[in-house]
Design a protein around this ligand. Structure first.
Ligand code: RI2
Length: 304
């Protein structure tokens, strides 16, 4: 396999490249690199493309964005000759990456409209889509404050805090378990998504569902910022979303805790009854219309 393809794949697996949107674009980029650098026969191309596909799909299991990106690029491949097939893969990858960037910008625009001047926003983990909403609201001149969780165990909240501070946003980092303590100060919660199931449940960074529960209790609106390629066609045909469980070493050194078991699931599911709206690039929607959205993205294809 081309070394750059492996570099991208391992980068995704080891979370050097992370975030549901970013890993989707990186997977499309890997397919583009493969097609551009391929040497061999048409038959070899088809066979190796399948290998690259399987390899990329194996890197992280939960975010459907990655699988939707891979299917988008491969299932739309056209042409009978090797050159036309290669060109088609490159073009599809470029289209997906451009569409993805554009979607995040539109989400930011729509979402920013929903932020009232003077609001205090809570976010969790590090979501480019959620951050785009916050940053566009700030750039439009709204006086906003942000609380963000540190997000154990990977501490993606550090990235979020730094990005917002650099933008000049008034940002406060809190530990994950302080969410209920601060909820009385929060006007709106905005998080991202890795996968949205056909019943409207949102799978996002572990802890998201607890935050949604606390927001619900406090009557604080809970919004999700997610591109339509985060909706999962697979869930329509009965597949369950696999929740990635990562090594114990990410939490603590197990050798220092003899006799102790560790569990490290990195995502959880927030049911639709705790979600006020999902901000997508095609509009702000109720989680209960997830199926209609999936029908639109079904064109990406699904592995059955
Ligand atoms: P954007 C991340 O997963 C977080 O769960 C984040 O909320 C989600 O992807 C969406 O991120 P991880 O890769 O696509 O950190 O909005 O495990 O950037």
């Amino acid at each position: 396999m081309h070394p750059r393809v492996v570099e991208i794949g391992e980068g995704i697996r080891e979370m050097k490249i992370r975030g549901a949107g970013r890993i989707a674009r990186a997977a499309a980029e890997a397919l583009k690199v493969f097609a551009e650098n391929f040497q061999g026969t048409r038959e070899d191309f088809t066979r190796e493309l399948e290998e690259v596909k399987k390899y990329l799909l194996s890197t992280r299991p939960t975010a459907v964005s990655l699988r939707n990106a891979v299917y988008y690029v491969i299932n739309r491949m056209e042409g009978d000759t090797l050159d036309s097939m290669r060109e088609s893969v490159v073009q599809n990858a470029e289209n997906f990456i451009a569409m993805s960037h554009e979607a995040v910008k539109r989400i930011g625009k729509f979402g920013a409209e929903r932020i009232r001047d003077g609001s205090t926003i809570l976010t969790h983990c590090n979501s480019s889509a959620a951050l785009e909403v916050i940053i566009q609201a700030h750039r439009s001149g709204k006086e906003i404050k942000v609380f963000n969780t540190e997000t154990r165990p990977w501490l993606q909240g550090h990235i979020t805090s730094r990005i917002l501070a650099k933008e000049g946003v008034d940002v406060t980092m809190i530990v994950d378990s302080a969410v209920r303590y601060f909820m009385r100060d929060i006007d709106i919660v905005i998080v991202g998504a890795d996968t949205i199931a056909s019943n409207g449940a949102v799978i996002n960074k572990i802890g998201t569902s607890q935050i949604a529960l606390v927001a619900h209790e406090a009557r604080v609106p809970f919004m999700v910022a997610a591109e339509t390629y985060k909706f999962s066609p697979e869930t329509v045909i009965g597949k369950l979303v696999e929740i990635e469980e990562r090594p114990a070493e990410e939490i603590a050194d197990p050798s220092e805790f003899p006799g102790v078991k560790f569990r490290n699931p990195v995502f959880d599911a927030t049911p639709p009854e705790y979600i006020d709206a999902i901000i997508t690039e095609i509009g702000i929607i109720s989680p209960y219309i997830a199926y209609q959205i999936i029908k639109e993205v079904m064109q990406f294809g699904v592995e059955s």
